[in-house]
Design a protein around this ligand. Structure first.
Ligand code: NAP
Length: 288
């Protein structure tokens, strides 16, 4: 049996949807914290178990009889909490007798990265490697799906795209296709003790983003390089919560440093076709 944590989240669900049809649904253990959300979200026929990342006993019960655990990283932001939750899951997988843990990390994980999630991804990878379990680490790049959030609401009307990411380039990947690639990995052999960059080429700068946005929307948009302080001040004016401002500024700085510019062919190989590119995605969201 294969357990997928975060099963009612976007990536977990995309993985499950791609897995159904490849293996018997009852062999898929969907680990959820909210059974009601599971009932309205998940496909029929799965084995659904309750597991909370904060409660080791629930995870131990959820992973019984499971050979492979897919550990979808937590959506929490704070380092200590993220680490505790990830360690709870790895410890429970080991105690329950699982053989293999698949972890969704980030490209270029580093204890020194300004991107808030990166240090805990780095430390979780270390913890997993030290656990003695077989592992596969999928270092996911930023989702194409977050590009509308980066673009912001007033950009098409104002014709100005502001960011503090400078000329930094990013390889973006469609989240649903990352789930598909993950499902293909789970149902093929030779991935144990491997670390994969799930980051398609080419990588794009904010200039590229503005140019492509102009092309698909028919509205001229120019990139305006701004300082982190200016971006933060503008977000505060719009009452954006401070943790989100910090997350975005750190992410922009990591973009500027080139941390997300890691094009690799692994994503395409696992997916079995060319991943969706920026222009196709933007046309689906902003197309005329
Ligand atoms: P998501 O939709 O927010 O899913 C996160 C999942 O984690 C949800 O299913 C959530 O449960 C579950 N979860 C959170 N805390 C939990 C707890 N205490 N116990 C049990 N389950 C818990 O995020 P996603 O889009 O699928 O992305 C997966 C992960 O990638 C995120 O969690 C985050 O670490 C990371 N991420 C990456 C990017 C990127 O651009 N690469 C962007 C955002 C996030 P519920 O369904 O009950 O809420």
């Amino acid at each position: 049996m294969i357990a997928i944590t975060g099963a009612t989240g976007h990536l977990g669900l995309a993985t499950i949807q791609a897995l159904v049809g490849k293996i018997a649904p009852a062999e898929i253990v969907a680990v959820v914290r909210d059974p009601q959300k599971a009932a309205s979200t998940l496909p029929q026929g799965l084995t659904v178990r309750t597991g909370d990342y904060n409660e080791p006993a629930t995870l131990l019960a959820a992973f019984q009889g499971v050979e492979t655990v897919v550990l979808i990283s937590t959506s929490e932001l704070e380092y200590d909490l993220r680490m505790r939750q990830h360690q709870n899951m790895i410890d429970a997988a080991k105690q329950a007798g699982a053989r293999h843990v698949v972890y969704t990390s980030v490209v270029n994980p580093s204890p020194d990265s300004p991107f808030g999630a990166s240090p805990s991804h780095f430390a979780t990878e270390e913890y997993l490697r030290a656990s003695g379990l077989a592992y596969t680490v999928l270092r996911n790049t930023l989702y194409l799906d977050i590009v509308p959030m980066l673009v912001g609401e007033g950009t098409l009307a104002s014709g100005k795209l502001y960011s503090s990411a400078g000329d930094g380039q990013v390889s973006y990947g469609l989240r649903a296709e990352m789930g598909e690639a993950l499902a293909n990995m789970l149902t093929s052999k030779g991935h144990e003790n491997q670390v994969y960059d799930i980051a398609p080429g080419p990588a794009y700068s904010f200039q590229d983003l503005a140019a492509t946005l102009s092309e698909v929307s028919g509205q001229p948009v120019e990139y305006v390089a701004a300082s982190g302080e200016d971006i933060a001040a503008s977000m505060r004016q719009h009452q954006v919560p401070e943790p989100f401002i910090n997350l975005l500024l750190g992410m922009n700085q990591a973009m500027k440093n080139g941390e997300f510019a890691t094009p690799s062919t692994t994503f395409e190989q696992l997916l079995g076709r060319k991943p969706t590119d920026l222009k196709t995605y933007l046309a689906s969201v902003y197309g005329k």
